[in-house]
Design a protein around this ligand. Sequence first.
Ligand SMILES: [Zn+2]
Ligand SMILES: [Zn+2]
Length: 447
Amino acid sequence: MKNTRRNLLKSSIAAGGILLAPQGAVAQAPAVITSRRFRAWVTRGRGQTTLQELTLRPIAGRQVLVRTEASSLCYSNVGAVLGLTSAAAAGPNPPAAAPKPAPAKPPAQQRAMIQGHGGVGIVEAVGPEVRRVRVGDRVCVSGTPQCGACYQCLRGRSDQCQFLSDQNFAVMGDMADGTPVYQNSHIGGMAEYMATYEEWVVPTPTQVSAVELAMVCSCVSVAGLGSTTSPSNYVESGSIVAVVGCGPLGLSAVQGARISGAARIIAIDPVAARREVAMKVGATHVLDPNAEGANLLQRIRQLASWPSNQPWGGGRTSGLGPDFVVEAVGAEAAEPRVERGPDATGVQAIQQAYQMCAPGGHIVTTSLARGNVTLPAVTFNIGGRTHHAGQAGGCSPMRDIPRFVAMLESGRYDAKSLATRVVPLDQALVAYEEVAYRTTVTAIMTA
Ligand SMILES: [Zn+2]
Ligand SMILES: [Zn+2]
């Protein structure tokens, strides 16, 4: 069908009021005309989250409208969605119980906002400038963008793509009272639609279930697999790996280490249920930091003395430590209702991860900890450890997410064991509380 205005209008009527702009459409043609209504969880101020019916705004330019199939309920949004806090994670030496006055909210937090940052779904409309995907494509809406053209993307650091810090948020839709609604990180996810830009969209042509696809495409799994299987962070086969923290990110790192052929994978977490999942998905050893206490580093070094402790025969001494360490703990966003770790700020775990790593080894830090890290200066300077820091475990979305989907399709990545709670959209807040209190590994919302 030719792109005449008459035919575009016909398409609009066939699509229920939406005018889909085919590629190459003349610039003057309206991209989308719509009055489509949809449901979304909208946050208006910290913790003030309600289910609303919105009216979609027109899609234009490089925008991509994705009908959400499923979305991961990320722990990093607990504060914004539920308004919960953990006093213990306020800092290394939190002040005594005196309540603090609420800080003045910057304008971005006063906006009505759809929380979440990504998910999976089907493209329903594209703006006239979009090239990466077409209507009908199944896509992952990535937590980090990759434009392919900015300074960082051109230097192989698309995990730092400059679109990530773009604050020029577009209004996605309007509430019944006329309030304009934005989306967290340009993408949202806790809604029946995501109106994003092509920089955030990765084509994922696969038949796997929406829940499993949402799990493997979630920010945490992408970071866990990215930290262990991306070319810049590659775990050598036969190496010894420690993963500090077994939330969905750490459990994905355990799986990435297994997929990469690590000989030993030592998983560390205070929650017994999470240590069980770690063993199920690939850990060879698990440790409870509360039970080990001050002996934790020594225990890990003992476990890392493999294949022998004979340095004259190619082995390693028992003080050497793992070749590769992934840190995936982070600060508490709420007070957990399961076993609690030794440090609510997450800083101690970073320091321990650095110190347990073998000289000459690699450490990848991934978490959102709170506070300042202190390390022994001599070890830091001449200890030979290479520190990899980055968004999403240093993952390059367009390069790596299709690889992760292939790991899922081939059965090497176990998404089901991590998606321990699956709920429909209208029960998302109930599941979010379970995520907040750590009584589930993570949760997936289906729309
Ligand atoms: Zn996240
Ligand atoms: Zn870029």
